[in-house]
Design a binder for this molecule. Structure first.
Ligand SMILES: N[C@@H](CCC(=O)N[C@@H](CS)C(=O)NCC(=O)O)C(=O)O
Length: 218
């Protein structure tokens, strides 16, 4: 029997919830532990697990691993628990295309969307050029995805993989992170928009987004 995996998380931030989507999709037992961003995430004992002082981290008693960085955690969960390849491909070149898109998400989506969030909502001075730069990056990344998805339902092959799922939680925050700039995703990026509708209609994704909503309003 699979033992319960612990997911160290934060109520509002998107990266731990990205991992929660994979845990739900794979039907794994897990419990979420929320950390206070001001007092706990950059302090011991948490930094003994994750010296980078960020979430997510997982503890998996089934293998004894403690692992951080959401992309690495997703690869680990897929390698260890997706034995039927339900969310990946064992075949060449699809296996590497899934990795390509996950790397694009962790390096090309997450950090830029994160900076947009920072300059629109937290930076103490109003720096219009920085806001523009990162909102333009959101538009650019979405154009890339919209173009890739022009003639297909999912990024790799003909089924939903972990690569698709990794993009969901940052996009859910788009209305907040773009500040004064309202992006018309449905009108300007229709292929992206339909893809995101398909992903967010999945029961596991719906559940995690509801859990996130409850956690951040609770
Ligand atoms: N590259 C990391 C980014 C993790 C990250 O930035 N997490 C945010 C929450 S979504 C965090 O812990 N922020 C707290 C801080 O920066 O102090 C990953 O993908 O796991």
């Amino acid at each position: 029997m699979t033992q319960t995996i612990t997911l160290w998380s934060h109520k509002g931030g998107p990266n731990p919830w990205k991992v929660a989507i994979l845990l739900e999709e794979l039907g794994l037992p897990y419990e979420t532990k929320f950390l206070d961003m001001q007092t706990e995430v950059k302090a011991q004992p948490y930094t003994d697990k994750n010296p980078n002082g960020r979430v997510p981290t997982i503890d998996d008693p089934n293998t004894g691993i403690t692992l951080w960085e959401s992309g690495a955690i997703i690869e680990y969960l897929i390698d260890h628990y997706d034995k039927s390849n339900s969310l990946t491909y064992p075949s060449f070149p699809e296996k590497y295309y899934c990795k390509q898109y996950l790397h694009f998400q962790t390096s090309g989506q997450g950090p830029y969307f994160g900076q947009a969030a920072w300059f629109n909502n937290f930076h103490p001075e109003k720096v219009q050029s920085a806001k523009d730069r990162y909102v333009n990056e959101i538009k650019r990344v979405t154009t890339v995805l919209d173009t890739i998805l022009k003639d297909k339902d999912y990024l790799v092959g003909d089924k939903c993989t972990y690569a698709d799922l990794s993009f969901v939680t940052w996009y859910q925050l788009a209305p907040y992170i773009t500040g004064d700039t309202k992006i018309d995703f449905k009108g300007d990026y229709p292929h992206y928009y339909d893809w995101m509708e398909r992903l967010t209609a999945r029961p596991a994704v719906k559940k995690v987004l509801e859990d996130k909503q409850k956690a951040s309003s609770g």
